[in-house]
Design a binder for this molecule. Sequence first.
Ligand code: IVH
Length: 585
Amino acid sequence: MYNNQFKIKELRKIILYHNYLYYTLNDPIISDNEYDILIQKLYLLEKKYKRLKDHDSPTNIIGSNLNTHLGTKKHLSPMLSLNNISNINQFLDFETYIKSKLLLEDDIIFCCELKLDGVAVNLIYKDGMLLEAITRGDGFIGENVTDNIKNIKSIPIVLNGIDIPDVLEVRGEVIMLHQDFVQLNQYAKITGTKLFSNPRNAAAGSLRQKNAEITKQRKLIFFCHGVGFFSKSSWKFSSHFNVLEIFKSWGLPVHHSICLCKNHDEVISFFRMMESTRSSLNFDIDGIVVKLDSLILQKKLGNISRAPRWAIACKFVSKLSQTKVLDIHFQVGRTGVITPILQLSPIKLGGVIVKRVSLYNKYEMEKVGICIGDIVTITRSGDVIPKLVSIDLLNREKNKLKLIIFPTHCPICNSFIQQNNGIARCMEDWNCIEQRKKKIIHFFSKKALYINGLGSSLINQLVDNNYIFSPIDIFNLHNFHFSSLHKVGEKLTKKILDNIFSSKNTTLSRFIYALGICDIGINTAKILAKELKNIDNFVNVRISELLVIDHIGKEVANNVFNFVQNLDNRIMINRLSNIYIINDI
Ligand code: IVH
């Protein structure tokens, strides 16, 4: 019993901490799946040991720690959460439960919708005019985001149509499209502001701005998924599906993927269809929501603490796997950024073996407080890149762990690491052998000044042997340089030397991209090439000229200007432009 009391207490602490990260900071470190597992564990323990139940347990309250800079407002009727399930059998249990509670024998009609991964908002309309918009908060009181919400184009300020209730609460979700999230983070990278870890956090951060003008610039979207309070004198809604149809007729946005299912088989088909088409949507969903369609039956069933008995979230299960952290190494990137890479005990995930996972940066590593020996959950984001989901904090054997400390010096050249905005960087540039290798590899990569046969393994060997120190040295190589290299015979040497000799024709955009200036991808390089026209203009460009170019922000302009003003870079560009014939396009 004592052990369980301890476990319950620890779980509550952990969940409250994650609530704080999610609701207050918009910066969670675990996935929804992981969070749900924690809630479920706590719920089961509290169910088993009723004596240890507590009114303030996170299982009773909807997680919130209001960040009150916006002011708070009360909902007219509580905003509930949803219970989650993650397999079909659990859905069939849910149906059986409803049937037994309502003494039904016939098939039940369910309304199925997408479970939008966004920020829940309550819109209050009075006489058809948008009066207030409030975030869910603790379910009773939320943040007043009225001014910000009025800047979301898809939300009507005035409802149009017949029989609009005098007072109406519209519930829905504010989301951000993938492309807008990517663009926002690209901009944040350039301006050095905080990056968002996913579209939902970006939507939450954008909605909870003190300055509503910022919300206006962020492209947020809203979809309704339900009704709260409504004055009954006017309209009588007959079913949930009918509510959404009527909402549409009044001008409220409702996503088209709604399915009225006549029985559980149709629900299961809808779930499977959405699971398989999920990756083609341009916004995030994390499952479907199944709702009893009849409002009368919904009322009969009622709610249990924080969730209705008549609805359930059927979550998609992402591929997750647990493994152990064996070690860590710190990778030095082309521009000197140091990235922590966890070495894992190999696991199979979605058909491939995962041996390592990259943490985003120093800040990310320290935020999660990872130790060697930790058991971690890994997923493959977008089913490709392995990603750390969470650390099993509950079963940590403290005496067997070794906390990972971020190095103060570059693991390659031992120079002092500089830090800015949570990003750690080795500033030695070409003097750091790892940066040198990566810069040369980038210089001769496919989108840059590509030379067939000159790949990373060859360049690494040439640098290790001190045969090359910059891209220019490639053009001074002879047969004998290759003779000592691994897996490079005479035939290959001749081919590479021929290719080097015949690869001296290029375009200005490729040339600019090859220089590897911070934040200059191939598209920005094309914009610069189009505007500046030739290499002389590029080298002598002034900051004022850069700032007037479309799509070139302050940060990029500074990076270009600083690069071309650096004497070593000017010498390198000059020597390279004597080797290459640089065409305009
Ligand atoms: S219905 C009483 N429908 O999921 C019913 N919620 O995990 C409450 N959500 O707080 C919500 N898509 O913010 C409903 N189609 C949908 C939804 C949806 C996303 C959110 C909502 C809720 C959370 C619960």
